[in-house]
Design a protein around this ligand. Structure first.
Ligand code: ATP
Length: 600
């Protein structure tokens, strides 16, 4: 396979500060154990090594050897806790670094491509450039152009990323976009977890070639895990670390050096074999003979290679680390996120139209079922009052669910993008949450308001004065926003949309039962009655019912307000609903802040 262009054909603008530090990553005696209920799993067993600047450093090994774990540790994504014990030193230019410091000189590309499907490749890069680089708008756009060109994504730069709902770019283009997203800030080190997995051999080759040129031309440190490299890729690896069951069996220069080393200890690679395939075959733990040889591999490594590596560690690069701080203000971050969320909302007209049709159809259905319920001047019976109560309760419940369900469905997925971007220090949790809330609040309030207008006259609700109509619309809009808040909360609690969508409606059952319709508010047992104060339906039903049943002139002879036994006035109920809405949202915000533990 031929080289893809000359090594000098790619160049990213130098950093504005003019700095061009070389960074060596060194790790010493890394020992990692996971503590399970009954036993412990020793995953990394005192490994030491070096990832050199201006080189492609590859960690290879059989499945379960501990490659990803080591990479995560180097990226400061693994911390000591009650379930895991991590020992050893991780240094960059001989300086210990924290997770926050890591983001100032390095980037991490996860195995899964977590990108927003409704954006184009160019928009993804522009977003990252706006938040992760300094300079004028023109300079940022130039960076986007450079990275697009460097990754050979010009042809698809205006194509959507795509995913479940939208057809988009190919897997290889997605992977290159994920890499570009991190490369745009021109980090000194880049760590990638299996950047070639799931790609055809040519695309995999192009990606490694690109990383190699990034390392060689700009003195960057490139580190990645890789499963089964083709022979072309194998020849591009400058520094190779081979891992078996949490220990190194080889570490040193790549290519023929590895083959020669294994020949010297009795494992000769057949002439026409891909060395990587051969090495994988002698490392695999599915083979009993291999397992018997493990002690020999470890022994030879300790005797022959480890001393060399320890010397290299001692001679590794020294010097200050770049201290690149996130330069954008909170307001700028909010504006960027709001713009992006608006774009995503606009790009999804099907969802908008579906919600519009749903609102209209449900309103018409409700209007038809509860058509012109007799009011106080039409000699209403108790049955009419029961019908109206049924309608009002269902209405506040329906408006709540219409705002909650789309959020519960989409937020767990979106949360992954947030966690990745927050981890890369593109923005912080506050601006993200505010930007998202500003955009999501509009449909959550609009659809309940629209359907309330439709249904109002069909049912013949209170038209004593225009304020009555406006009040119902207002309460239903607030109810929608409250549903959004609880949707965020459930989206934060549950890992994925399936669990979230299955469990959330069940969690709402107590709230419904304590809403004041199924059982009179005055009749709850005191030991359990407190639950009603957490229920949004209690407040919205109370507000809507009191609005409906209070007349300036002659009211209902049966006095439904008295029957329903509300303990708060209509405005007090609205006030409590607003407070509850804020409470759900704030708890969701706190949970999201806590969730920003390192993404593994
Ligand atoms: N937090 C954890 N809890 C329990 N087991 C873990 C944890 N992290 C890693 N392991 C286990 O440690 C071993 C190494 O995992 P790791 O993901 O590092 O392997 P790998 O070499 O990257 O494998 P693959 O190539 O299949 O991804 C596996 O057996 C895995 O199940």
């Amino acid at each position: 396979m031929s080289d893809q262009g000359s090594p000098n054909s790619i160049k990213i603008s130098p950093k504005q500060t003019g700095e061009c530090e070389k960074i060596d990553i060194v790790f010493k005696d890394i020992d990692y154990t996971v503590i399970k209920k009954k036993n412990q799993q020793h995953i990394l067993r005192g490994v030491s090594g070096i990832c050199k600047n201006s080189q492609v450093n590859a960690i290879l090994g059989s499945s379960g050897a501990g490659k990803t774990t080591l990479l995560n540790i180097l990226c400061q994504r693994v911390q000591n806790s009650s379930t895991q014990v991590l020992k050893g030193d991780i240094l960059a230019n001989n300086i210990a670094y924290s997770a926050d410091q890591f983001t100032q000189f390095a980037s991490y590309v996860m195995q899964d491509d977590i990108l927003l499907e409704a954006l184009t490749v160019k928009e993804c890069f522009q977003f990252a450039a706006n938040l992760k680089t300094t300079g004028t708008a023109e300079q940022k756009s130039k960076k986007v152009e450079e990275i697009t060109k460097m990754l050979k994504l010009e042809k698809c730069q205006n194509t959507f990323i795509g995913g479940n709902f939208v057809k988009g770019i190919s897997g290889g283009e997605k992977k290159r976009t994920s890499i570009g997203y991190e490369l745009i800030s021109n980090p000194q080190c880049i760590f990638l977890d299996e950047p070639t997995s799931g790609l055809d051999s040519f695309t995999a080759y192009c990606i490694i070639d690109l990383l190699r040129r990034y390392a060689h031309n700009q003195n960057k440190t490139v580190v990645f895990t890789i499963h089964q490299p083709s022979s072309d890729i194998w020849n591009m690896l400058d520094h190779v670390m081979l891992m078996v069951e949490g220990q190194f069996i080889y570490q040193g220069p790549g290519g023929m050096n590895v083959v020669n080393y294994f020949s010297s200890i009795g494992f000769k690679c057949p002439i026409h074999s891909n060395p990587a395939d051969y090495l994988m075959s002698i490392m695999s733990n599915g083979n009993e003979i291999n397992q018997k040889n493990y002690s020999l591999y470890y022994q030879e490594y300790s005797n022959n290679l480890k001393p060399v590596i320890m010397r290299e560690i001692q001679q590794s690069q020294q010097g200050n680390l770049p201290a690149k701080q996130l330069g954008t203000s909170y307001f700028y971050q909010i504006a960027q996120i709001t713009l992006r969320q608006t774009k995503i909302l606009k790009r999804n007209p099907i969802l908008f139209i579906a919600r519009l049709i749903q609102s209209i159809l449900i309103s018409l259905l409700m209007g038809a079922i509860y058509w012109q319920i007799p009011g106080p001047l039409d000699n209403p019976t108790q049955r009419n009052i029961n019908d109206k109560n049924g309608f009002m309760f269902f209405w506040v419940y329906g408006n709540f669910m219409m705002a909650l369900l789309p959020c519960v469905l989409t937020f767990p997925q979106e949360k992954q993008t947030y966690l990745r971007e927050e981890n890369s220090k593109l923005y912080s949790v506050g601006p993200y949450f505010i930007g998202k809330y500003i955009v999501d609040i509009l449909p959550s309030a609009f659809f309940p308001a629209l359907s309330s207008i439709i249904v109002y006259w069909m049912i013949g609700l209170n038209t004593d004065n225009p304020g009555k109509v406006l009040f119902l619309i207002f309460v239903c809009a607030i109810q929608g926003i409250t549903g959004l808040g609880l949707g965020y909360l459930c989206g934060c609690i549950f890992q994925n949309a399936q669990v979230s969508i299955a469990v959330t409606p069940m969690l709402l059952i107590p709230f419904m039962l304590f809403g004041g319709y199924y059982k009179n508010q005055g009749d709850y047992a005191s030991w359990i009655g407190w639950i009603q104060y957490l229920s949004p339906f209690k407040y919205s039903f109370s507000a809507v019912a009191q609005n409906e049943y209070s007349y300036e002139g002659q009211g209902y002879p049966q006095n439904p307000i008295h029957q329903l036994n509300f303990d708060l006035s209509m405005w007090e109920s609205v006030g409590c609903l607003i407070v509850l809405s804020f409470a759900y949202t704030i708890v969701a915000f706190v949970l999201l802040s806590l969730l920003k533990q390192k993404v593994q």
